[in-house]
Ligand binder design. Structure first.
Ligand code: FE2
Length: 346
């Protein structure tokens, strides 16, 4: 496993850097913070920068890495919220959010979605009442089927970053990778061909936009959000055929979300190849139990992730994770972003 344990000296240096940054910026969602975040990241301890740099460059087979030891003061952060829409912890968890972003930005530029969690860049993952049986990060009682993040979208992120604030019931995050040598060569060949469809997952559906965002949205933004949801609808009714594998045939990159992939009744060969891949990933799926203070980064091209089912507490102490997405090349999504520095895909 690739894990970096922060030393006392590194923790001290990180604490001082974050205090300094937090004095300048009241929100990680602000343009000023985002425009400067990569400069601040240069001031992280060299061992942290080297660890993430190596993860980015060498693309290890494990597909993930963890940075442990960040000193978390949960009494200052407060209880696990009941919904992400109020952003009620924005100030209390500011230091944690800054830490996550400074690490994440060493892997790539931050990326968000107009159609997901009201367009915020930092997402919350905790159980929400009423979502128990949904295929959402805010669900609980159903296994969250493993997937690559935002697999339905051509601009899906290269990396996902998580910061674990709470996990009292030791709920497992699942993670899986592919050993291409163990797959049938004909299946591999098929998986490299655009014969598969992936529909948008639940988190991008208009029904999951918050009532708060709807009520507070300035009228000039109405048409762009409407168009963004229209695009999601189009991708749902008329999904393009894509390949599941891309890149190198020796170490393929992945793009799949089986729960949202249609049965391939008219292409049994492709269905067989997909089934074989799903079976292979299922057989190698491992549980990872994030602990408070862990920063966890997944290479979204190399590994799938999911979550085991659990019983939510709804007592303010539930599992709580902050999540961000990073892209190596922000420019490729320029047609879908409002400006060169905008990070939100419409
Ligand atoms: Fe996910």
């Amino acid at each position: 496993m690739r894990r970096l344990e922060l030393s006392d000296g590194e923790i001290e240096s990180i604490r001082s850097l974050i205090t300094d940054v937090a004095a300048k910026h009241k929100s990680v969602e602000s343009v000023e913070f985002l425009n400067n975040a990569c400069l601040y990241a240069h001031e992280l301890p060299r061992r942290v920068r080297s660890f993430l740099n190596e993860f980015r460059l060498k693309e290890p087979k494990s597909g993930f890495c963890i940075i442990s030891g960040y000193p978390l003061d949960l009494s200052a952060v407060g209880v696990t919220p009941t919904h992400w829409k109020w952003r009620e912890d924005a100030q209390n968890s500011l230091h944690v959010q800054i830490f996550l972003i400074l690490n994440g930005i060493l892997l790539g530029d931050l990326l968000g979605w107009a159609t997901q969690q009201d367009g915020y860049l930092v997402h919350d993952v905790f159980p929400i009442k009423g979502n128990e049986n949904e295929q959402l990060g805010t669900g609980s009682e159903q296994t969250l089927w493993w997937h690559t993040e935002d697999a339905f979208h051509p601009y899906c992120a290269d990396y996902i970053g998580f910061f674990c604030l709470r996990n009292p019931d030791q709920v497992a995050t699942t993670i899986g990778t592919v050993d291409v040598e163990k797959l049938d060569a004909a299946h591999v060949d098929t998986l490299f061909q655009p014969r598969f469809t992936i529909r948008p997952d639940e988190s991008h559906q208009e029904k999951n936009e918050s009532d708060l965002r709807k009520a507070q949205r300035p009228s000039q933004d109405q048409s762009s959000i409407k168009a963004a949801y229209e695009k999601i609808k189009m991708m749902n009714t008329n999904p393009e055929k894509v390949s599941v594998f891309f890149g190198s045939s020796a170490e393929p990159y992945l793009r799949l979300d089986p729960y949202f992939m249609d049965p391939l009744d008219d292409d049994p060969e492709a269905q067989q190849a997909l089934n074989a891949l799903i079976e292979h990933i299922n057989a190698n799926l491992t549980d990872l139990i994030l602990q408070p203070g862990d920063s966890f980064f997944i290479d979204n091209y190399k590994a799938v992730h999911g979550r085991k089912q659990f019983r939510a507490r709804y007592d303010g102490q539930d599992r709580w994770i902050k999540r961000i997405s990073m892209t190596r090349d922000l420019r490729k999504s320029r047609p879908a972003r409002a400006s060169a520095t905008a990070r939100v895909i419409n």
